[in-house]
Design a protein around this ligand. Structure first.
Ligand code: MSP
Length: 523
């Protein structure tokens, strides 16, 4: 049985339409999932929508709709958009589905029975926009304002069910100490450890001020707080809360390899969620990966500034540059690490031109054009004992690229994954520059040498197309068709494709143009 891998995006609120934030997280996860499938892993990739809570209830009211109707509409839009973006999720979970609600209720019963959840009284600083309480220390640090909306925190008092988060402080601290990769990138881990050291308070997990949510079992009027409801999606999609979880065919995917989230929701994922899992005696995810934010021309993106890269703007990029160029930009120029990344039209164009037009596209078209021109598209097996031409040991280079890609994937370093593939294209460019096949072609006596150079170039192109396919699936398929090779296949074929294979036959190679120059001005 192949090793399993499980990657999740946050589930998206249905009171907002899809925008660059959603597109970003989801595209990163998609590239990772595609790579792991190629590498032979048994992958499960989950995304979905977070549909309960006050915010959705309010948005629906404002639009004169029921929360259910709003959720249906927006959730369907998210699903459609994922399709348009070439996302290969294995499931799409909605928190309003009976399978989710039923399991959340069961989880909460278990937590209450074990004493991890109890009925208590609470007063604290509440962030209405985020539906989140802050401790006195934290509230003071925040100057009694929401870090997200900037609106003042309010003093609120409730009788609610609580989760005994405080009881897990030292276990969580120990887990973070002993598992340096539990939170990535490293800077984020330090933030979490720092906040843990301040100590944890129990957190309310039900509310009585709204009804659009999962009812707390056996407690009339209490509705499960949307964040608790939402976090469980990662488990309910696998059936871990069903009566017989081991009987669920998906149970094998737990624990998750990566929960990929934005930095603003790291706390829930790195502290609250693991504590809930500890209380339920379930294994913890291997890593929470928190990326930073896209900003726009140096400013925070916000609805009030009207500078959000929304669905229409994204589609504009798809239409002019192609979906793969968009995916490439997300993967290589985005806020993957701890710092925010600025979305500028000029950056997009620069990345498109230097990486895709001049490097990937140019390398692919040069090599295929020469094979077409000098060998009528056919380069069968070429005799060559050493396979080292012009000092270029391609076997070693391909092995290095494969290792680099695998290591990058194991750290969710999607940018380095992209680099492993495009690095080969740069080396190929250098190789052609040094060996000058277009000059050798003029000398009929050097036909064998020419064949060997182009043969190796084709093999390197093929390897690069495999490594780049998780990021740019459509264009790499086209490249492979031009090479007369089948599309990359899932299930452990990657190592077989990222190596020199003198036995491969290339017949019917045709010149390919992958990334046209785009001249028109910004919209
Ligand atoms: N529903 C919660 C998550 C629950 S998970 C159990 C939520 N939803 S959300 O619709 O607000 O989506 C948040 C996702 O979009 C996060 O990953 C967030 O980081 C991402 N982004 C939102 N704006 C963003 C940017 N400007 N840049 C990058 N990603 C950002 O939170």
């Amino acid at each position: 049985m192949p090793e399993t891998a499980y990657v999740t995006t946050p589930i998206y609120y249905v009171n907002d339409r899809p925008h660059i934030g959603h597109a970003y997280t989801t595209t990163l996860c998609d590239a990772w999932a595609r790579f792991m499938r190629l590498a032979g892993r048994d992958v499960f990739f989950l995304t979905g929508t977070d549909e309960h809570g006050v915010k959705v209830e309010k948005s629906a009211q404002e639009r004169g709709m029921t929360p259910r109707a709003l959720a249906d509409e927006v959730s369907a839009e998210f699903r459609r958009v994922l399709g348009d973006f070439g996302i290969t999720n294995d499931d799409f979970i909605r928190t309003t589905e009976p399978r989710h609600e039923r399991q959340v209720e069961r989880f909460l019963e278990r937590l209450r029975d074990s004493g991890a959840v109890y009925l208590g009284e609470f007063e604290g600083w509440y962030d209405e926009s985020q539906e989140e309480y802050h401790t006195e220390t934290r509230a003071k640090e925040l100057d009694y304002r929401s870090p997200v909306s900037g609106r003042p925190l309010v003093r609120a008092r409730e009788s609610n069910y609580y989760f005994r988060l405080s009881a897990f402080t030292s276990r969580l601290e120990r887990h973070l100490e002993e598992n340096p990769d539990f939170v990535r990138p490293a800077g984020r881990r330090n933030e979490v450890i720092g906040r843990l050291r301040e100590g944890l308070q129990d957190v309310p997990i039900t509310r009585t001020n709204f009804t659009w949510g999962i009812p707390m079992p056996g407690a009339a009027g209490h509705v499960v707080y949307v964040w608790i409801d939402a976090l469980f999606n990662y488990a309910t999609a696998l059936g871990l809360g069903e009566q017989d979880p081991a009987g669920s065919p998906r149970a094998r995917y737990w624990p998750a390899t990566f929960h990929v989230v934005g930095k603003e929701i790291l706390w829930f994922h790195a502290v609250v969620w693991p504590a809930l899992l500890m209380a339920l005696d379930l294994p913890l995810p291997r890593c929470i990966y928190a990326h930073a934010f896209w900003i726009k021309d140096g400013q925070k993106m916000s609805k009030s500034l009207g500078n959000f890269i929304d669905l229409e703007a994204i589609r504009g990029y798809h239409d002019r540059f192609g979906l793969d160029a968009w995916r490439w930009f997300m993967a290589t120029r985005g806020p993957l690490g701890a710092s925010d990344a600025d979305f500028r039209d000029a950056h997009f164009r620069e990345a498109y031109l230097s990486d895709l037009v001049n490097t990937v596209g140019n390398g692919a078209s040069r090599v295929t054009a020469m094979v077409e021109r000098y060998f009528e598209g056919t380069l069968p097996v070429v005799e060559d004992p050493s396979r080292v031409v012009a000092g270029e040991d391609w076997s070693a280079a391909l092995a290095r690229a494969l290792r680099a890609a695998e290591e990058a994937a194991s750290e969710f370093a999607i940018d380095r994954l992209a680099e492993a593939g495009i690095g080969l294209m740069r080396s190929l460019d250098g190789f052609i520059h040094r060996t000058e096949p277009f000059k050798i072609a003029k000398d009929p006596a050097r036909r064998g040498e020419l064949a060997l150079i182009l043969r190796q170039s084709l093999e390197v192109l093929e390897a690069a197309s495999a490594l780049l396919s998780p990021l740019m699936p459509g264009s790499m398929d086209r490249l492979r068709r031009a090479l007369s090779r089948p599309p990359v296949a899932e299930g452990g074929t990657l190592a077989a494709q990222v190596r020199l294979d003198p036995a491969r036959t290339y017949a019917g190679v045709t010149k390919v143009a992958l990334f046209p120059r785009v001249e028109e001005p910004a919209p």
